[in-house]
Write a protein that binds this ligand. Sequence first.
Ligand SMILES: Nc1ncnc2c1ncn2[C@@H]1O[C@H](COP(=O)(O)OP(=O)(O)OP(=O)(O)O)[C@@H](O)[C@H]1O
Ligand SMILES: [Mg+2]
Length: 260
Amino acid sequence: MDSTLNSDIQYLDRSKTSARPRSVVFANSKGGVGKSTLALMAGLGLATQHPNTRVELIDLDVQKTTSDSLQRFANHRFSVLENDDFFLNSGSPNNGSLINHMGSDFPYSHTEKFIVFDSPAGNEPSRSTFLTHCNVVFVPTSVGDADVFATRKYLAELETLFGKHKTNLEGPPPPVVLLPNMVDSRDEFNELRNAFSEHSVYFGKPLYYSPVFRRAFRADEKDTSVGKLLRHARPYISWLTQLIKHSDTLPQPPTKLFQL
Ligand SMILES: Nc1ncnc2c1ncn2[C@@H]1O[C@H](COP(=O)(O)OP(=O)(O)OP(=O)(O)O)[C@@H](O)[C@H]1O
Ligand SMILES: [Mg+2]
């Protein structure tokens, strides 16, 4: 009798784990580094390249530019969630409500559910404790000196946040993956990697500069621009979405910059 009971308990536990959505966030206090573009690529990429996934995109910008634009792609596998409870009156994220939402069980255990957050510039990690509950924190950066400088500061603030909240969490803090964006050449990519060599984070593959990304949010007839973008960036999107799906298998937190 005991063995039947035990196997039932194990079965229930497993189904509960698989039903919890995986949450990823694109964040950097610096503006214009590609957070929204990459959140779009991750969200639409998961929904289009991976069967049996359901994706919920949450735009944490009160101006809702991303959600307004992506609402037109909504279907049974991709949704853009708008909820005023996700914001405080100040416009900062309502951490309690977000954490609650991220932890809610998902009834369809045969599909994998993903939550992709696009966060606006200027959001300070100290006021974004929901970040500690994400499965991956992606930090896009581009190559300009001002971007590098601001991104370094942001990484240091994230480290402080994770240091402070570590004891309240069940597991280790989420992996932080820097995403070099708008890169012009391999040399520039190497230069950027050197600039972050002392940071204990993962370093993603480069996303090269291309005008197709400039039209990511254009709602043209038959969505030609978005279609072009998804085709052009297919290898990059595959890499990014596989990383999201399998972030649990990343090696232990790196002691210095770790090239993925
Ligand atoms: N790889 C790329 N090549 C060319 N242009 C890009 C690339 N990535 C992003 N862009 C362009 O850079 C600009 C800023 O990108 P995006 O809006 O995604 O940044 P953001 O970090 O979300 O900005 P904000 O902080 O204002 O929300 C946009 O015009 C976008 O089209
Ligand atoms: Mg944005």
